[in-house]
Design a protein around this ligand. Structure first.
Ligand SMILES: Cc1cc2nc3c(=O)[nH]c(=O)nc-3n(C[C@H](O)[C@H](O)[C@H](O)COP(=O)(O)OP(=O)(O)OC[C@H]3O[C@@H](n4cnc5c(N)ncnc54)[C@H](O)[C@@H]3O)c2cc1C
Length: 486
């Protein structure tokens, strides 16, 4: 089973740091165990005849199934199959695991799909990405991205040595490849990824050649340090049902003179080419499509929890509660409608790859940065003090105050135990460390939301909206004596 193979493949000499210690057996470590068990089960869905059609596709010329994120869509059915593979993995994890590698895999699939469009950027790009795509697909490689440069001084730029020395840069070239030094933030899933997709989000100047590259970096590269944040995993599943299974760890990467073999250097030393790759619509549409399908599962989950909380305390008859629960349904409908629009308005690119409409997907991603914090706020309003009324554990239901527990924690429509269980689940979503991390994730995973919306405005053909206004005002001023007199 490929889930078990995935777990054993992590014994590859990688350097993972947590709480000042190098983690030796990551599969056994309490910070990772629950999450890795979840991923193992997801991987095994591809070996199970009952689920492999939904999460995967048969690799042409073989009997083998690969995850849908590796499928290059040429028909609406294939695009729908990609979508269903994202949806199934997301719903299996209630949308709580955002980086199950299907996003980074989709980016690689996108670059592979667009390799002929991108061939002008580097004569070896097409061959390198084709070889890597097949390797990743056929070996079920777990991938993640790390594209943000470390948050040192955002007011500075690369002319400042303090910054340029810390951002990832090339220190020398060898026959085997390039040697890089510096840091990258943030890589979700880093401790258990096989390879990192590395590039920069910044628009470097033409002379910043040392910093402009697109790399695929194996997690066990010598000199690569994976530095984890505090773990939010909690083995007490009854108290923290989400933290017990879904803490996808975030980490910073330190590159202490890491050799990247030439075949893994997709682009090198050219800021304009890196920017062109980053702006490629085929790749972005295929990758960002995963983001919004995954997000729908999360919104549905929060909505389900909010409905259950309201039912459990008998507030569903109040108008303002109904209004807020209705707002959650509107959120789901809007994101779903944008996904349907993006999929039905998909058009073939120059190579015949069916590309979802990127503008609808980007709108859904932007809305998500506002919808999720609002959804969490609604859940808080719906549950009120009930979240902290829940007892420290369920043990008291079986101890000397058992009878009182059953009496005083009883709900409007559910038993005391069920109600406590529900509020613990809800708290894990909105109040635990994991919950706080998710709020931050939804605000920022797609980049800075403020600059994202500003870019949407800047890139828009504004005259299509302003011309009718000027035309209308021209007609008005012709007819209006007072204005024309002035
Ligand atoms: C939980 C989590 C998981 C993540 N996982 C991944 C991952 O797996 N892979 C990955 O590549 N990335 C990941 N990211 C990183 C994410 O892409 C970045 O957080 C995001 O792009 C914002 O960048 P930043 O964090 O450096 O914030 P900054 O850019 O430092 O922004 C901080 C604040 O300063 C403001 N600001 C900064 N610079 C400017 C400017 N020039 N003009 C105007 N305002 C500015 C911003 O608006 C913002 O309010 C993750 C982030 C989070 C929170």
């Amino acid at each position: 089973m490929r889930g078990e193979r995935f777990l054993s493949s992590l014994n590859d000499g990688r350097t993972v740091w947590l709480e000042g210690k190098k983690v030796s057996a990551i599969q056994e470590h309490p910070a990772f165990k629950g999450t890795l068990h979840t991923i193992k089960d997801l991987f095994n869905m591809l070996d199970n005849p009952a689920t492999q059609e939904e999460v995967g596709f048969r690799v042409p010329g073989t009997d083998r199934y690969a995850h849908g994120s590796f499928l290059v869509p040429h028909t609406p059915e294939q695009l729908a199959r990609r979508s269903s593979s994202f949806a199934r993995w997301s719903s299996e994890t209630s949308g709580m695991m955002s980086r199950l590698s299907d996003y980074a895999r989709s980016l690689v699939t996108g670059w592979y799909s667009a390799r002929h469009q991108l061939a002008g950027l580097d004569p070896h790009f097409a061959d390198k990405i084709a070889a890597y795509y097949e390797q990743a697909r056929d070996n079920d490689l777990f991938l993640t991205t790390a594209i943000i440069d470390p948050q040192i001084d955002r007011s500075g730029n690369l002319d400042d040595k303090r910054i340029s020395e810390r951002f990832l840069h090339v220190v020398r070239e060898t026959k085997e490849g390039i040697v890089v030094r510096g840091a990258k933030m943030i890589a979700t899933g880093a401790p258990y990824t096989h390879d990192f997709v590395i590039f920069s989000f910044l628009q470097f100047q033409s002379h910043n050649r040392n910093h402009a590259h697109v790399l695929i970096v194996p997690a066990n590269s010598a000199g690569l340090h994976i530095v984890c944040r505090e773990s939010f995993a909690d083995a007490r599943e009854q108290n923290h049902p989400l933290s017990a299974k879904y803490d996808e760890m975030d980490a910073v990467l330190f590159f202490d003179d890491v050799l990247i073999p030439w075949e893994r250097v997709l682009l090198y030393g050219n800021p304009e080419h890196v920017l062109a790759l980053r702006a490629n619509k085929t790749a972005n549409a295929l990758a960002f499509h995963q983001n919004v399908v995954r997000f729908t599962a999360k919104l549905e989950f929060v909505t389900g929890v909010a409905f259950a909380v309201a039912e459990s305390i008998g507030t569903t008859g109040f108008l303002h509660i109904q209004e807020k629960l209705g707002e959650l349904l509107t959120q789901i409908d809007v994101i779903k409608a944008l996904i349907i629009a993006a999929e039905t308005k998909a058009v073939p690119d120059v190579s015949g790859v069916l590309v979802p409409d990127l503008s609808y997907i980007e709108t859904a991603r932007s809305l998500g940065t506002k919808y999720y914090p609002r959804a969490v706020e609604i859940l808080q309003i719906v549950g009120g003090g009930g979240f902290v009324q829940a007892p420290s554990g369920v043990e008291d239901f079986y101890g000397p105050i058992s009878e009182l527990m059953h009496r005083y924690f009883e709900g409007a429509s559910v038993s005391a135990e069920k109600k406590v269980q529900l509020f613990k689940l809800a708290w894990d979503l909105i109040g635990s460390s994991l919950g706080a991390r998710h709020l931050l994730y939804e605000r920022f995973y797609a980049g800075d939301p403020i600059r994202g919306l500003a870019n949407q405005y800047n890139a828009f053909d504004k005259s299509s909206l302003t011309e009718p206004i000027w035309r209308l005002l021209k007609q008005t001023s012709k007819g209006g004596a007072a204005w024309s007199a002035k």
